[in-house]
Design a protein around this ligand. Structure first.
Ligand code: NI
Length: 390
């Protein structure tokens, strides 16, 4: 217990240091260096990793099953407005999504697992990935090939709407697939007083914006969550000129791959059809982000039992239409079961808010939970087929 107290104290130091020095996606050089330094100092085996801003370590020996644990390390381009004694020292950059917490939580989990290394009937690989907020960090980590042996993947996220001591676990869909779109409509510029000599893209963009709403309200099964937001609409720069072109941007969020594909297809048809009807050209840029995140039912049951065994309170959580690139590990190149656990870190501010805080007292229990869950899964592997139905 004494040992744990000193580890928890050491952990707060890492958490505060990372919070003070946030780094944006793919720039996590100092954070990764700290992780490497601490893990090495504790005698933990680092695996050679091709990512300069990623760290991978392995604990355990032999040919038993391999469990993957993942944390993300990047910060956000937000000016911090908290009055924490360890607030960000980097102007315009802040850990407003708790990735400093995730990193410190996994570092201590690695040390706890390392203390039990000789008793593990398999291996645990811990992945500290870059660039979750810009959604390609998981793919970068997967491309290193280091995640290939992992049969299961576990991850955690701070959650301000649950108190410390509580964890949120939900089986089935927990986060949505994220698509980003940009549509450029090109007509012909003209004097505002002579619209008939031009081709005005503005009413076309307005019509497209409204018609896109019906993809959700009229074309999607009401029991299947589909969300479409047009968030940026821009055309022209003055009052008496009809512009040549205008554009809109936004996002599509879905839970089911079939709805994702069908809505994307209808989206293209609506944009092209309306533009063509008005004689305008239409160019669509579609950027597909991570797939929906599904928690394996068996893993949820196990995590709940382990958490309750540790004296944590477990609450079932609603699904979110936010995105999370942890889903990439569960999707490709091969499907594998996984779980994404919400750790109650207290509020009142939501993540990505300049006053977001994560209660440090939730840190060590999160590490113990991840380490104990990994041990439990090595000692008693899941049985039966993957089941991620909601
Ligand atoms: Ni996050």
């Amino acid at each position: 217990m004494k040992q744990n107290e000193s580890l928890a104290r050491e952990q707060r130091g890492w958490f505060e240091a990372i919070h003070r020095h946030p780094e944006l996606g793919n720039e996590e050089f100092e954070t990764a260096a700290l992780v490497r330094q601490v893990l090495t100092a504790h005698g933990i085996r680092l695996l050679p990793c091709a990512l300069p801003t990623g760290v991978v370590c392995e604990i355990g020996h032999g040919d038993g099953p391999v469990i993957g644990l993942r944390a993300d390390m990047d910060a956000l381009p937000i000016q911090e407005e908290t009055d924490l004694p360890y607030r960000s020292e980097v102007p315009g950059c802040m850990h407003a999504c708790g990735h400093d917490f995730h990193t410190a939580a996994l570092m201590a989990a690695a040390i706890l697992l390392h203390e039990a290394e000789d008793t593990l009937p398999g291996r645990v690989r811990l992945f500290f990935q870059p660039a979750e907020e810009i959604t390609d960090g998981a793919l970068q980590m997967i491309r290193t090939g280091l995640t290939d042996p992992a049969e299961l993947m576990l991850s955690l996220h701070t959650y301000p709407f649950l108190e410390p001591g509580t964890v949120g676990i939900r089986e089935g869909a927990v986060m949505a697939a994220v698509d980003q779109f940009k549509v450029t409509v090109t007509g012909r510029g003209a004097h505002a007083a002579s619209p008939h000599l031009g081709l005005d893209p503005i009413p076309v963009l307005a019509e497209i914006t409204l018609a896109l709403q019906t993809l959700v309200s009229r074309r999607s099964d009401p029991f299947d969550q589909v969300l479409l937001s047009v968030t940026h609409l821009e055309a022209g720069n003055t009052w008496n000129v009809i512009p040549e072109r205008g554009e809109l941007e936004g996002t599509l969020r879905t839970l089911v791959p079939e709805s994702r594909a069908a809505t994307r297809e209808r989206f293209h048809r609506v944009c092209r059809g309306i533009s063509e009807a008005h004689g305008c050209a239409c160019e669509i840029t579609w950027m597909a982000g991570p797939p929906a995140l599904y928690n394996d039912v068996r893993l949820c049951e196990r995590a709940k039992a382990v958490a309750e065994g540790l004296g944590l309170r477990v609450e079932r959580q609603p699904c979110s239409m936010g995105g999370e690139d942890f889903s990439e590990y569960l999707d490709a190149p091969r499907k594998r079961p996984g779980i994404f656990i919400r750790i109650g870190t207290g509020g009142p501010y939501a993540s990505h808010h300049p006053r977001f805080t994560a209660a440090p007292e939730a840190l060590f229990p999160a590490s113990v939970l991840m380490a104990e869950l990994a041990k439990s899964l090595l000692n008693n592997p899941l049985t039966g087929g993957a089941n991620d139905a909601d």
